[in-house]
Design a protein around this ligand. Structure first.
Ligand code: PLP
Length: 401
């Protein structure tokens, strides 16, 4: 049975061209780029080239790119640095729907004595910019808000947020792990100070990423030691990873508009079919401002885990916004922040596509999933079985795991 992989917001397949590009640095060219001898030292050129490829995708200068171990490190570096490099400021503003890398780090900074504002979102997952503006003070060290949400795909108005922060003289960091490679990013036009991205969300391997640091933004390094990466990130360079990230950025840039339109059409077809053929299914997140590859759908009154298990039997991979699969006991903080009812949070499934998703795979999911939902509904003690189609949903007061 062939695997149908619709979990690309969790991680992506390494592109064969990316693997080809990185292979020499895992085999013959194993030198250290900081060495005096030519065997190592000539690899500096490959790092420089990768830095240019990343900068080309983001429309910034190569010197503004620092390679990291991934999105998490970039996020933590940015938050940590904003407080350390501006010791007179003690306030962070973020949103309630951030990735755990940002959310947990901000909460840790709060425990250490800083003030934290977590901005709410509305039922479509949208921010209110007046609330952001009202929260900004002279004490604010950093605003950190993601570009696109990993669970729902909702895209925040980053241009407006960046301009607002710039006007108030406050550093702005954006976790852009889900945006880079899926949306156009132009850092000449968008005044973001710090931006994190990750290789394995755009067809490079896990364990490589980059942090963009706008010229003039003070940076207190997280990783201290050697002089690598302009003294902003110590540690022997992961050359194979760096070359892979460069190649992945080159491929993403080549494909950006055409490929994402194809993915959007597949996603829309999947979404339309499931909403049509599965009763009590609802879409989560702003339908008008979303990543082209993401659909988050709640199948009310059934458990996401059960859906995932039955899909897995058909070789279909997706993920759920409910509990145990994500390794935590809490249902999705993103869907809860949007006020999605418990009955719908627990039955939420995230489908995320990529450039390797084929038409026939979407056909298969459209065919296989509705009977699975029907079967589970018949087993569900909460499902309103004798309700006429289209009649209003009566939700049990509260359903907990
Ligand atoms: C995956 C992801 C991260 C973490 O990136 P890693 O490279 O896995 O550390 C951070 N933020 C968002 C939005 C993500 O989707």
């Amino acid at each position: 049975m062939k695997t149908i992989y619709l979990d690309n917001n969790a991680t992506t397949a390494v592109d064969p061209a990316v693997l080809d590009a990185m292979m020499p640095f895992l085999t013959t060219d194993y030198g250290n780029a900081s060495s005096m001898h030519a065997f190592g030292g000539r690899l500096r050129h490959n790092i420089d080239q990768a830095r240019e490829q990343v900068a080309a995708l983001l429309h910034c200068c190569p010197e503004e790119i620092v390679f990291t171990s991934g999105g998490t490190e970039g996020d933590i570096t940015a938050i940590n640095s904003a407080l350390l490099a501006q010791p007179e400021k003690h306030h962070i503003i973020t949103s309630r729907v951030e990735h755990p890398a940002v959310r947990t780090t901000c909460r840790m900074m709060q425990k250490r004595g800083n003030r934290l504002t977590e901005l709410p979102v509305d039922e479509l997952g949208r921010l209110n910019l007046h609330q952001l503006e009202a929260a900004l003070t002279d004490d604010t060290a950093l605003v950190t808000i993601m570009w696109a949400n990993n669970e729902t795909g909702v895209v925040f108005p980053i241009q407006d947020i960046a301009e607002l922060c710039r006007a108030k003289g406050v550093q702005f960091h954006s976790d852009s792990v889900q945006a880079v490679g899926k949306l156009p990013v132009n850092l000449r036009k968008t005044p973001i100070d710090l931006l994190s991205m990750s290789g394995h969300k755009l067809h490079a391997p896990k364990g490589i990423g980059a942090l963009y640091i706008r010229k003039g933004t003070p940076l207190a390094p997280l990783m201290t030691g050697g002089h690598q990466e302009f003294g902003k990130r110590a540690g022997t360079e992961n050359i194979a990873g760096i070359v892979a990230l460069g190649k992945a950025c080159e491929l993403a840039q080549k494909d950006l508009s055409g490929e994402n339109e194809r993915i959007r059409r597949l996603r829309d077809r999947l979404e339309r079919t499931l909403l049509r053929d599965c009763p009590d299914a609802r879409l989560n997140g702003d339908p008008d401002n979303r990543l082209p590859n993401t659909a988050n759908i709640s199948f009310e009154f059934i458990e996401g885990e059960a859906i995932l298990l039955l899909m897995d039997e058909k070789g279909i991979c997706a993920s759920s916004g409910s509990a145990c699969t994500s390794g935590s006991l809490e249902p999705s903080h993103v869907l809860r922040a949007m006020g999605v009812p418990f009955t719908a949070v627990h039955g939420s499934i995230r489908f995320s596509l990529s450039r390797f998703t084929a038409d026939e795979e979407i056909d298969t999911v459209c065919r296989e999933l509705p009977p699975i939902i029907k079967r589970l509904r018949q087993l569900s003690p909460f499902s309103p079985k004798d309700r006429a189609p289209g009649a209003p949903v009566e939700r049990p007061e509260q359903i907990r795991l």
